[in-house]
Write a protein that binds this ligand. Structure first.
Ligand SMILES: Cc1cc2nc3c(=O)[nH]c(=O)nc-3n(C[C@H](O)[C@H](O)[C@H](O)COP(=O)(O)OP(=O)(O)OC[C@H]3O[C@@H](n4cnc5c(N)ncnc54)[C@H](O)[C@@H]3O)c2cc1C
Length: 394
C-alpha cells in the first residue's frame, strides 16, 4: 500500500483522504488555510452524491442535517408563472435509489472531517500551502510555501479552481471568468413568512438573471442565491455587498420573487469562473480531482457531487496499487472520469445560457418546452447525472 499526499482539504480532498485510507493507503492532507473548515452557504446534493457518501461511510451523518426536498420548481421570474416542477419524492427516489437534498456546506464538510480524524491513517496538516512538486522513479515530493517538504508515492491535487498543482501540471492559466455575478445570503427561517416557505428548490428565471432559494440547516435557514449575467470581468470570491446594490440589480423581478429577495441580508458576491474540459489531468505520479480537474459553473448543482464521485472512483482504481503502479492507476482514473465530468462542465454552461437566462421569444419557447415534459421525461433528462451508480468505474 502507498502513502498518498493530497493538496487541499475541501470537500473533494477530505473525501479522497477518506476513500483512499479506507482502502488501506496512508494519506496526508495539506491544507493552505489555518483550519479545516467550509464557509459559505447551501449546496444541493443529487442522489449520485448520496451514493458516493454512502460508499465513503458518511451518508447517514450527512442525511442527519439535510433537508429532503419535494420538488425542483422552475418559475418564470418575470411573470411569476409556474413553468415546471420535477417531483423528487416517490418515483424519483425509487428510480435513482436516493433522495435529492440540500445541506449547509459545513454539514457536508464536517462529517467528512470527523471521519478523517477518526482514521489513524489520515494525517491532516493545516497551514500548508502547496507551492510545487517534483517526482522521480521512487516518489513525489511536495514543497509548501513555508519551506517544508512532504514525500509520498503520489500527489492528488484537490486544491480547487485555482489549483497550484494544476498550474504546474497543465500550465493552462487562469480560469475563464463567466461574466456572471452571484449574490448569496442565508437568513433565519423565522424571518420568512409562512406562505413563502416551500420544501422545494425554487428557481426563478429572468432575462440574464435567475434566483434560487431553498431551506438548509435542517430547515433552520433559507438560502438565497441570485445570479446576474452582468459581464463582470474580474473574479470575486465572497466579497461583502450592500443590500441596496443587490436589489438594484433585478428591477424586472416579479412580486413574489422580489419579496423573497428583499428578505436577504449580509449579502456576499462571487464572480463565477469555470474552465473548458481537458483530456488529461495526470503527470506521472500526480493527478487532479474535483474543481482542480473540472471546475464548472454551479448551474447543474454538481461540482461537489462530482468531486465526491471522483473520490470514490479514484480509491477503487488505486485499491490494490503499490507505489510503483500508481501512475497507471491515475491514468485509468483520468480515462474513467473525463467524459462524465467534461459533459457536466458543458451542460452546466448550457443550463445558464439556454434555460435560466433567455429573454423574450426564447424564454417563451423554453417555457413551452419545459412545461410539456411529463415527470418520466424530466427524470430521463437527468438520469445520466443522478442515476444510481452512474459513476461506478469498475
Ligand atoms: C455559488 C456556488 C454554488 C455551488 N452550488 C453547488 C451545488 O449546489 N452542488 C454542488 O455539487 N456543487 C456546487 N458548487 C460547486 C462546489 O462548491 C465545488 O465544486 C466544490 O467545492 C469543489 O470541491 P473541491 O474540494 O474540489 O475544491 P474546493 O472546495 O475549492 O476546496 C479546495 C481546498 O484546497 C485548499 N487549497 C487551495 N489552494 C491550496 C494550496 N496551494 N495548497 C493547499 N491547499 C490549497 C483550499 O483552501 C480549499 O480548502 C457551487 C459552487 C459555487 C461557487
Amino acid at each position: 500500500m502507498a502513502h498518498i499526499l493530497i493538496a487541499g482539504g475541501g470537500i473533494g480532498g477530505l473525501a479522497t483522504a477518506l476513500s483512499l485510507t479506507r482502502r488501506g493507503h496512508r494519506t496526508t492532507v495539506l491544507e493552505r488555510a489555518p483550519a479545516f473548515a467550509e464557509i459559505g452557504a447551501g449546496i444541493q446534493l443529487g442522489p449520485n452524491a448520496f451514493h458516493a457518501l454512502d460508499r465513503l461511510g458518511v451518508g447517514e451523518a450527512v442525511r442527519a442535517r439535510a433537508v429532503f426536498i419535494d420538488e425542483l420548481r422552475f418559475m418564470d421570474g418575470t411573470t411569476g408563472e409556474k413553468v415546471a416542477a420535477m417531483e423528487l419524492t416517490g418515483a424519483y427516489r425509487e428510480r435513482f435509489g436516493n433522495p435529492y437534498a440540500v445541506v449547509h456546506r459545513g454539514d457536508l464538510h464536517q462529517p467528512l472531517l470527523a471521519a478523517c480524524q477518526e482514521l489513524p491513517g489520515v494525517t491532516l496538516v493545516p497551514d500548508a500551502a502547496v507551492e510545487r512538486y517534483e517526482q522521480d522513479a521512487d516518489g513525489v515530493t511536495v514543497h509548501t510555501a513555508d519551506g517544508r517538504s512532504f514525500s509520498g508515492a503520489a500527489l492528488i491535487g484537490a486544491d480547487g479552481i485555482r489549483s497550484t498543482v494544476r498550474a504546474q501540471m497543465l500550465g493552462d492559466g487562469e480560469p475563464r471568468v463567466s461574466g456572471h455575478t452571484i449574490y448569496r445570503s442565508v437568513i433565519p427561517i423565522g424571518k420568512v413568512p409562512e406562505e413563502l416557505r416551500w420544501n422545494t428548490v425554487t428557481l426563478w428565471a429572468g432575462p440574464k438573471w435567475h434566483f434560487v432559494h431553498y431551506m438548509i440547516g435542517g430547515g433552520e435557514y433559507l438560502n438565497l442565491a441570485v445570479t446576474r449575467d452582468n459581464g463582470a470581468t474580474v473574479p470575486v470570491t465572497g466579497r461583502a455587498t450592500d443590500r441596496s446594490h443587490v436589489l438594484e440589480q433585478f428591477p424586472g423581478i416579479g412580486a413574489t420573487a422580489r419579496r423573497l429577495l428583499e428578505l436577504g441580508d449580509d449579502w456576499r458576491e462571487w464572480v463565477l469562473c469555470d474552465r473548458d474540459p481537458v483530456d488529461g489531468w495526470t503527470d506521472g505520479r500526480v493527478g487532479l480531482i474535483g474543481d482542480a480537474a473540472h471546475p464548472m459553473l454551479q448551474y447543474a448543482a454538481q461540482g461537489a457531487c462530482q468531486a465526491l464521485e471522483d473520490a470514490v472512483v479514484l480509491a477503487e482504481l488505486l485499491a490494490d496499487v503499490d507505489g510503483t503502479a500508481v501512475a497507471a492507476g491515475l491514468e485509468k482514473f483520468n480515462a474513467a472520469r473525463r467524459e462524465r465530468t467534461g459533459r457536466t462542465q458543458e451542460v452546466a454552461r448550457l443550463m445558464g445560457s439556454e434555460l435560466y437566462h433567455p429573454a423574450g421569444e426564447r424564454a417563451v419557447e423554453r417555457n413551452r418546452m419545459l412545461s410539456a415534459f411529463t415527470q418520466e421525461e424530466l427524470y430521463d433528462q437527468v438520469s445520466w447525472l443522478h442515476g444510481e451508480r452512474a459513476f461506478t468505474a469498475v
